[in-house]
Design a protein around this ligand. Structure first.
Ligand code: GLY
Ligand code: MN
Length: 432
């Protein structure tokens, strides 16, 4: 792996926290993700299932974790199941984890080869006292995934084989656990943010009229990978001029023009933890008066919002408050007027023409991380704060985004070192 070992203590503690949530007489099973096909015999890069990683630190495909806290034989209360390494696999795909290596990474004492799973599991299910069977599903509120996951296939098999057991959803438990970041996780997120900063500073130095958006993309990824990241935390959005109006513009194919702004929603992953940064900079290193006005309105909202997202609030109420700030900034920018506000319908407020997305999301092993957004903001959760103003008729958009740890007494900005003030951006872009 490219990152320094995380240490098994985090994963041991995470499993302990899970066990505390399970009903008496429970077994919980977690599966890795599949390696997704592309075309012919091609595959996409492997991405581990975030829950399995959270509980084990194992990044290998075809892995499983079984947690059965009350199983009579202590040795089998936690079991990791892995592909058995062999010479041919080694020759084609490289090294696969040995039992000792998997144990060292995860802290799971018992590692079993995958072909032995069914016999062991049958014993657990019929003789071990398993009454409740916790199975995993992707319950992210925005997920509309249509592929059948390994977990989904396992659910089908498990329910068909053991129809009279009681099945439970483990996803809500995982969502609650993962929402509250542990100290080590914050360190990893900070590292992802620091690598992101290096990429952004490199791009400040590189950007000028005539470069293409994809050349900027290349600068970022070069810096990310040379610093131990696997690469982008999500598909990078490098949107010059009017491309910034498209929230998820990822084509990154255009030439950056003199006088345009460029919106950069680009960040690194590190050890599977994700940063999520947005900056908007002038292609030629100098904001116009109008660009600066809009920019400073967004920055003002971003900073105000960072004071408002505190443990006493629910995200959706906070978002409404941010919308009010947005309305008053849009008035100042003369993008809307008092008549517009008087005439607006509650279901279609006038600010929506210029600000048409949420103010943020939780962040962690997933970029849009799990965690119930209807509950009060949790101490220990990590959030993005990312307002934006997009002006189609003027051909540009501005979004600014930092990542915050919600602590009891304050919010900690993991991106406090990343330049954001107009003057600093301009100075850095014009350094010789
Ligand atoms: N960084 C992209 C997003 O938050 O949707
Ligand atoms: Mn974001």
């Amino acid at each position: 792996m490219r990152y320094s070992p995380i240490g098994k203590e985090l994963f041991i503690a995470n499993r302990k926290r899970l066990v505390a949530q399970l009903k008496k007489g429970s077994v919980a099973i977690f599966n890795s993700n599949d390696i997704m096909p592309s075309n012919a015999d091609g595959t996409l890069g492997f991405k581990q299932n975030s829950d399995l990683f959270y509980l084990t630190g194992i990044e290998q495909e075809e892995s499983m974790l079984v947690v059965f806290p009350a199983f009579p034989d202590k040795k089998f209360r936690e079991v990791l199941l892995l592909r058995e390494p062999n010479e041919l696999l080694e020759k084609w795909e490289g090294h696969k984890l040995t039992k000792q290596e998997a144990k060292d990474i995860s802290g799971v004492e018992t590692v079993v080869w995958l072909p032995d799973f069914k016999k062991l599991f049958h014993h657990m299910m019929v003789m071990g006292g398993a009454e409740f069977v916790y199975l995993n599903t992707n319950e992210h509120y925005r997920s509309d995934i249509v592929v059948e996951t390994r977990d989904a296939r396992f659910i089908n098999w498990c329910k068909a084989t053991y129809p009279l057991h009681k099945f439970e959803r483990v996803a809500p438990l995982m969502s609650t656990l993962r929402r509250e970041k542990q100290k080590k996780e914050i360190e990893l997120l900070q590292r992802a943010c620091d690598i992101t900063e290096l990429g952004f500073r490199r791009v400040l130095n590189f950007t000028k009229p005539g470069v293409t958006e994809y050349e900027i993309e290349a600068e970022y990824v070069h810096e990310f990978i040379r610093n131990g990241s696997k690469g982008f935390a999500y598909a990078p959005i490098i949107a010059s001029g009017a491309n910034a109006i498209i929230l998820h513009y990822t084509e990154n194919s255009q030439v950056c023009k003199e006088g345009d702004l460029i919106l950069l929603d680009v960040a690194a992953e590190y050890a599977n933890y994700n940063a999520d940064l947005t900056r908007t900079i002038p292609v030629n290193g100098k904001f116009t008066k109008r660009q600066k006005e809009v920019y400073n309105s967004v920055l003002k909202i971003q900073r105000e919002a960072a004071k408002m997202l505190r443990p006493s609030v629910v995200y959706f109420d906070y978002h409404k408050e941010v919308e009010k700030l947005m309305q008053s900034e849009l008035l100042k920018l003369k993008l809307i007027d008092k008549t517009d506000i008087r005439n607006q319908k509650p279901e279609n407020p006038v600010f929506k023409k210029y600000f048409y997305h949420g103010t943020g999301h939780m962040l962690g092993l997933d970029v849009h991380d799990v965690g119930n957004m209807h509950e009060k903001v949790q101490v220990g959760s990590v959030w993005t704060i990312e307002p934006g103003i997009y002006i189609k008729e003027e051909g540009f958009g501005v979004r600014l985004e930092n990542n915050y740890v919600i602590e009891k007494s304050r919010n900690v900005d993991l991106m406090k070192n990343i330049p954001v003030d107009v003057e600093e951006i301009e100075e850095l872009m014009n350094e010789q």
